[in-house]
Design a protein around this ligand. Sequence first.
Ligand code: TYC
Length: 290
Amino acid sequence: MSPLLCGGRLLKLRRTTAAMAAQMQSYCSSLTCGRQKVNGVQLYYEKAGTGKHAVLLIPGALGSTKTDFQPQLKSLNRDLFTVVGWDPRGYGQSRPPDRDFPLDFFERDARDGVDLMKTLGFATFSLLGWSDGGITALIAAAKNPHLINKTLVWGSNAFVSQKDLDIYASVRDVSKWSARMRAPMEEVYGAHVFAKTWQAWVDGVAQFARRPKGNICIDLLPLIRCPTLIVHGEKDPMVPSCHPHFLLKHIQGSRLHLMPEGKHNLHLRFPEEFNKVVEDFLQERQQDFI
Ligand code: TYC
């Protein structure tokens, strides 16, 4: 092998490494993470992009920005949006405190999320909430109409029925889950804390079934005034399709977008399709949303 060829290879290698470093730098320079004290707790968050339109991502039960939203933080348009993912109190890296589930835990998460965004300096913003995070988003939108531009929820419900109770009971014992399903949560919490906190969550949401109509946030739905998109996976085994249809009926001017192949985690399984739905919805002019 001639020294020239060898040198050429070296140069190419150096260039590739430099290009990768530049790419990494641009990814990291617009992705920051930190902790912010809000309502007496330190909340962990990650922020991507520098766009004018601020967006808060709200994770599902026991979820966190790391487990639930990496494809969104990585790929949603960074020139158009500033995307903030956070770990609600007691979840992910917002521990301590240990998580508990009093009857007002969704309201508490809604207040924390809104106050986090205010503390980070955003005057108005949109909400993207998955599953439990969608419930939190609906409550936050209803209670803060002057702050929230748009709301998008998926895999969410406004009440708990007997059918939901049966599904909760079937997933309460995490030792019956597949190792693949448990792994991301066990990595965050450790096996023991995960199992215990998940059972506490199941018992926490089951409390709503004792209320009239299994009410979580039914009364708040008519107060939502911002454009609202409900996304649902037609193959979601956790959240029966009566739930998105109920939200559609009770949220004024809302729309339903069905993903035929989507299950509960449709945004992780089909990130490109999902992110496109999000970007199109967030960019729509308010007056075009009917
Ligand atoms: N709401 C849960 C979440 O936030 C998902 C879930 C729904 C779990 C129904 C169990 O029976 C269930 N990820």
